[in-house]
Design a protein around this ligand. Structure first.
Ligand code: CP
Length: 282
């Protein structure tokens, strides 16, 4: 494996290898960060992960790159390789573009989120968080709630969690419209049905920028402590990949409260990205 473009392509053994603590010796080289969509957590944590591994992150600001003069993203990436990059990290609104870049550049490419397709390093960080709390993923029930249809995080998590033996519930008004190539055990628009038995609830942002209407589906899916008490157990934890829209998909009380594992998700996101960089560059 000399690319990480999705979890769908990985075997259970490859996922487990990426979740193992890696070596700590310093690497050398530079990593091009090519982000065509806004990002806080992924971009910054890749930079921190590079520096921890001894790599130099070089951020290509799309607003001032020569893509503004008509150069294609693939040509841009080729030029970064010719200029000495050891690996590329790509975020794009175009599904499968990281795969196409990886096919031509000849160095490791990491997908930092492509359209509605996948966000593999988010899922790996989330897996480390679940393992940190529960010890193992095997046998867990994970409810993924909200804008599942447009969520690359939901897809990568569904692939990873089912391969590692968890039960996945999609809880969303259009859960059943997600292609059936994405594995899950339940589609439901009912919080009562979807949250029943959940060890963890992954709350998703409503992606107005990807919805034609841009409209939020209503307050039913906005989770709060009252709904958690009604439909889950006191030990059920809450996760969110960020960015959080407070009062839209989750209340501040819940996301800042004792059930929330958001901070650990961010911390583990850095660790997961360092492991991926080391795995691909060692
Ligand atoms: N979870 C996530 O991808 O966050 P950013 O968009 O801030 O990177």
């Amino acid at each position: 494996m000399k690319r990480l473009t999705g979890i769908a392509q990985l075997s259970k053994l490859e996922i487990q290898a990426l979740l193992e603590p890696g070596d700590t010796y310093p690497l050398s080289g530079s990593v091009g960060l090519v982000f065509h969509e806004p990002s806080t957590r992924t971009r910054f944590s890749f930079s921190v992960a590079c520096l921890r591994a001894g790599l130099i992150p070089i951020d290509l600001n799309p607003g001032s790159s020569s893509e503004q003069k008509g150069e294609t993203t693939i040509d841009t990436c080729k030029n970064l390789v010719w200029a000495g990059a050891s690996a590329l990290v790509l975020r794009t609104s175009e599904n499968l573009l990281p795969e196409r870049v990886a096919d031509v550049v000849g160095i490791p490419v990491i997908n930092a989120g492509d359209g509605t397709n996948e966000h593999p390093t988010q899922a790996l960080g989330d897996a480390l968080t679940l393992i940190q709390h529960f010890g193992s993923i095997e046998g867990l029930t994970i409810a993924i709630v909200g804008d599942v249809f447009f969520s690359r995080v939901a897809r990568s998590n569904a692939y990873l969690l089912t391969k590692l033996g968890a039960r996945v519930h999609f809880v969303s008004p259009d859960a059943a419209d997600v292609p059936n190539t994405v594995p899950r055990h339940l589609n439901t628009n009912s919080l009562a049905e979807g949250l029943k038995g959940a060890d963890a609830v992954m709350i998703l942002r409503w992606q107005g920028e990807r919805r034609v209407s841009g409209q939020y589906k209503g307050s039913y899916y906005c989770l709060d402590e009252e709904k958690m008490c009604a439909y889950t157990s006191p030990s059920t934890i809450v996760m969110h990949p960020g960015p959080v829209n407070r009062g839209v998909e989750v209340t501040s009380e819940l996301i800042d409260g004792p059930r929330s594992w958001v901070r650990m998700q961010v911390e583990n996101g850095v660790a997961a990205r360092e492991r991926v960089l080391r795995y691909l560059l060692s």
